[in-house]
Design a protein around this ligand. Sequence first.
Ligand code: BGC
Ligand code: BGC
Length: 645
Amino acid sequence: MKRIAYFVLMFSLLLSACATPTSVPPTAVPAPTVDAMIYKDPAQPVEARVDDLLARMTLDEKIGQMTQVEKGSIQPGDITKYYIGSILSGGGGSPAENTPAGWTAMVKGFQDEALATELGIPLIYGVDAVHGHGNLLNATIFPHNIGLGAANDPALVEKIGRATAEEMLATGIPWNFAPVVAVVQDVRWGRTYEGYSENTALVSSLGTAYINGLQTLPDGYQPAPGQTLFTLATPKHFVGDGATVWGSSKSGDYKIDQGDMQVDEATLRKLFLPPYKAAVDAGALSVMASFSSWNGVKMHAQKGLLTDVLKGEFGFSGFIVSDWQAIDQIDLDYYKAVVTSINAGVDMNMVPYDYIKFITTMKKAVSSGDIPQARVDDAVRRILRVKFALGLFDHPLPDSNYQQTVRSPEHLALAREAVSKSLVLLTNQNQALPLSKDTQTIFLSGSGADNIGMQTGGWTLQWQGVSGNSTAGTSVLAALQSAVGPGTKLVYDPAGVFKDQSAKAEIGIVVVGEQPYAEGVGDSADLLLNYKDVTKVSNMRDHAEKVVVIILSGRPVNLNGILPYTDAIIAAWWPGTEAAGITDVLFGDKPFTGKLPYTWPRAASQLPLNSNNADGKTGCDGPLFPFGYGLTTSDPSPKLPECNP
Ligand code: BGC
Ligand code: BGC
């Protein structure tokens, strides 16, 4: 109906323009023909194109734009049939052929279906490229954000954002569900590593640097008309995901992930909102709502924060995407859940599976007036605006030129640099570090010594990550092999027994840490290291003059079991695929510069313990290492108090 009315209007305009040539200046009517659709005209300003397109859309088409479907759940033909506006890959959501060409073919197939609709609105494909394009086999994997927080180098983070955008574009994907700008208060949280820090200012600074890297058009880039974004960033999870209370989660057996933040508004504004203000000011055009709650009310239902603060007060003109099936958590009654959440300000629903149920529910809610038409129009306007800002209307299909950027020498060098800057030297007794390249014998053991999966952690190949060497990269073992001089004997015994070695090594290195995890699966009550790794450390003490431990982990872990047996301990976080960045620093080619982005507790029983609540606690009540701590090799190693665990 609407469309017919539009054509009647255009024709009568045309007729009146011809009939009364003197009453209308020729420039006022841009030669209207049936084909001259403003939204398709690259010469028109974006807002005019959005207005024009919105005016042509039926309710079904609008609801389709608000619907995001997981790529394995969409049925052939349904993108066209239901006007689906967005598809995503969840963690591990790769095509059968996990190569840039395989991804590109998949994304193009979906896009072709979207373009086959009458209005031809391109869809937007999203993915979690949270430390490089982790779902892509053999991508460049950078340190997780915790390591970048330790490096605290905004220019470096911006470059990582750019490099990640390029590897995403190599697979035809313009939208990244990153960065996490959680200000993490309790490191028992399984998403601690996704956050940069416990410190608000540090999170704001690195979050905006990353957004700039993803979004800023590169020099010399030829944008589509109206295109302002290289790729789209998504600061998440709005807001307070890192502030939830241990034991408050109601999701499965999660303990703190998706739980409840219990603070007053002043604290919320002071500690957790600033990274979003900074992100909006930096041009963020998509924000993901959090699974978590604030004082018992799910964030997806918090109209005051989503609409009044983010869209109103902060002037956010982009769209809010839900988290994975998160709208469903608001109410057991799905209709109520959808009405509450969309009215609260969520613009796009990451459904992710049963999209027909969502679409049917939306139609009912809009038809009955429970969701105002104006709310739908506002949501769709925001989504379309971003699609124009990405140049998708004029360049909807993947550009194969980016395929050569995947694991390019430049990206690998950048990742290696990031690793070296992210390392934090925790202890260094007996001047164990730096190591000499002439060291006669080095013994190596530990679960992480030859394990790229333990270097990359969660959100790599699979949602939970994968232990072992499944993607291209340099393990610690391989990095050591190429770093040591010709005279060094490097003995690797994964079990750490060294039974054929009669003599002690000058140096023993044990690479310990956490097996990969993601989200609430990684919530940890005790932060304990695996006892086998702890045993390998104590055993190494018998086989080496000096013992150096490298920790691969998503957060601070309990060191009590290994401290007595070590000379030097390095927190390497989850550094990604390029462990040569570790040996660069071990052997002194580069200095230790990383500083703790999180308070390091003595034991999990002290938590939550961080620089916002430590209240001057010292000695055995205080942290093992405070926020901002980190040695250089010329610093004396601290004398640690002996405390009963
Ligand atoms: C996570 C988000 C992620 C989404 C899509 C959710 O479970 O909380 O951070 O973007 O899944 O993978
Ligand atoms: C998906 C993730 C998502 C998670 C939420 C997984 O199956 O791969 O992307 O975050 O489910 O529970």
